[in-house]
Design a protein around this ligand. Structure first.
Ligand code: HEM
Length: 226
C-alpha cells in the first residue's frame, strides 16, 4: 500500500517537473476555469431577465453554504496552479532561448498566442478588481450587500468601469481562444484531421464568452438595463 502511495507521489512529482506535465496541469486547470467562466456568464446573463431573477440566482448560490466554499477553494487552486505553470513555462522558454531573435519570428505564432503573456496578467488584475467590486464591495462606492442586480447596474453606470470590463473581457476572449486551442494540443486531442474543427470550437467559445460578457456593461451603458 505504502509503495503504491509512494509510486503515485513520485509520478505526480515527475508530472509537475516535466514540461509536458506543466502543460497538462495548465490544460486541466484551464479546462476547469473555462467551465467556471461559461457557467458564470450564463448565470450573470439573467441581468437581462430583471432584478428578481438575478438576485434569486445569487441567493441560490449563497444557499450552497459549504459546497460554495468547496467550489471557491477548487477555483482558487486551479487559478494558482494555472498562473504558477504559466510563469514556470515562460521562464523555461526564455532560458531555452537566451538571445532574442534578430528578426521577431511571429510568422507561425498567431496574434492570440503572442498576447498570452500580457493578457494573462491583465485578466489576473481584472479578477482582483472584480472581486473587490462585486463580491466584497470595497471597490464599489454604491455597493449594497445582497442586491447583486443593483450592484451590477450602478457599477456599470460608471463609463470608466464599464469600459474596463469590456476591454478586460475582450482580452479574456482572445486569451480563451488561444488557451482552448493550446489545451487541445497539450491533452493530445489535436490531430491534423481535426485541426480546423478544434480551432473553430476554440474560436467559437472565445466569441460566445466575449459577446456575452461585453453585452452586460454595454447594455447598462446604453441605458437598456437600469
Ligand atoms: C461582465 C462580466 C461579468 C459580470 C457581470 C460578473 C458579475 C459578477 C457578480 C455580480 C459577482 C458577485 C456575485 C455574488 O456576490 O453573488 C461576481 C463574482 C465573481 N466573478 Fe464575475 N462577472 C463577470 C465576469 C467575470 C469573469 C470574466 C471572471 C473570471 C475571469 C469572473 C469571476 C468571478 C469570481 C471568481 C467571482 C466570485 C464568486 C464567488 O466566490 O462567489 N467574473 N461576478
Amino acid at each position: 500500500m505504502s509503495t503504491l502511495v509512494a509510486g503515485g507521489q513520485k509520478r505526480t512529482a515527475i508530472l509537475y517537473q516535466s514540461v509536458i506535465g506543466k502543460k497538462i496541469i495548465m490544460a486541466v486547470t484551464g479546462f476547469v476555469l473555462c467551465g467556471f467562466v461559461a457557467g458564470h456568464m450564463v448565470g450573470n446573463l439573467q441581468l437581462f431577465a430583471g432584478p428578481e431573477k438575478l438576485n434569486h440566482y445569487a441567493e441560490l448560490l449563497q444557499s450552497l453554504g459549504g459546497a460554495l466554499w468547496a467550489i471557491r477553494g477548487a477555483l482558487l487552486l486551479a487559478v494558482g496552479l494555472h498562473i504558477a505553470m504559466a510563469l514556470q513555462l515562460t521562464k523555461l522558454k526564455w532560458e531555452a532561448r537566451p538571445t532574442a531573435y534578430v528578426k521577431k519570428a511571429s510568422i507561425a505564432s498567431s496574434y492570440a498566442s503572442r498576447t498570452m503573456i500580457w493578457s494573462g496578467p491583465i485578466i489576473g488584475a481584472f479578477l482582483i478588481y472584480h472581486l473587490l467590486h462585486f463580491t466584497t464591495g470595497q471597490a464599489h462606492p454604491e455597493f449594497v450587500r445582497g442586491d447583486v442586480y443593483r450592484n451590477v447596474v450602478t457599477g456599470f453606470q460608471n463609463p470608466a468601469v464599464a469600459l474596463f470590463y469590456m476591454v478586460a473581457n475582450i482580452l479574456l476572449a482572445i486569451h480563451l481562444y488561444h488557451g482552448v486551442w493550446s489545451m487541445f494540443q497539450s491533452l493530445g486531442v489535436a490531430h491534423p484531421r481535426y485541426t480546423p474543427m478544434l480551432k473553430t470550437v476554440a474560436k467559437g467559445y472565445g466569441y460566445v464568452i466575449g459577446i456575452g460578457n461585453v453585452s452586460m456593461p454595454l447594455a447598462v451603458l446604453a441605458g437598456l438595463v437600469k
